[in-house]
Design a binder for this molecule. Structure first.
Ligand code: SF4
Length: 204
């Protein structure tokens, strides 16, 4: 199992060389988009981010002041819940711009995937992000079983990465590669023949 997982990580890293793939150039943009992307496509997130920009909501103070945040972010769906989460996050970020994982997880509406995305991509902390694509690829390769368990999968990957688990760029690249492979190849009907993880030198 470990050898297979190491091979998979090597292939993922060979496939994805860009650590800066998450759109957004500020902590604010990346953290907000990490909340907005819950249960929706990136296309909808982009529309909501554009509307935030047009409305001048470009920092945490403005999030707290906004009276029509729900309307502004509505293209991202689940807008009532997401607006409430953004207000909670804004309060925390103003109090502590470098929140811990525990502080993020204590906020209503922020689960482990969103917390780790904020920590890794917005704040540059060494956290492994696990998502539905990660699970699908690992399951298809026979490396995890049902049911989905976020912390177990995260720990499995951290252990396999060893020292690289402290390297922020590597963590970003591994997650990015899982997303790309899951989205484009490891679908309901897997496109194994074209998949970058299907190499004759590897056991996948
Ligand atoms: S598409 Fe095929 S080779 Fe690629 S990860 Fe999925 S099951 Fe494995």
């Amino acid at each position: 199992m470990n050898e297979k997982l190491h091979t998979l990580i090597t292939l993922l890293l060979a496939f994805q060389s860009d650590p800066d793939w998450w759109p957004g150039s500020s902590v604010f943009d990346i953290a907000v988009s990490a909340v907005l992307t819950q249960n929706t496509s990136w296309n909808n997130v982009s529309k909501a981010m554009e509307r935030l920009k047009e409305s001048g909501i470009n920092n945490w103070e403005r999030i707290l002041e906004s009276k029509d945040l729900e309307t502004v972010i509505s293209p991202a769906g689940f807008y009532r819940r997401k607006a409430a989460t953004l207000k909670n996050l804004a309060e925390l970020m103003l109090k502590n711009p470098q929140p811990s994982r525990e502080e993020l997880l204590n906020l209503k509406g922020i689960g482990p995937e969103t917390a780790d995305s904020i920590l890794l991509y917005a704040l540059g902390k060494p956290e492994m992000v696990v998502d539905a694509y990660t699970y699908r690829v690992l399951k298809s390769c026979g490396l995890v079983n049902e049911p989905f368990n976020y912390e177990q999968i995260k720990q499995l990957l951290i252990t396999a990465l060893g020292q690289d688990a402290t390297n922020v760029d590597i963590l970003k690249r591994v997650h990015a590669a899982f997303v790309e492979v899951g989205k484009n190849y490891c679908k309901k009907r897997p496109r194994c023949e074209e998949c970058p993880l299907n190499r004759k030198e590897g056991p996948l």
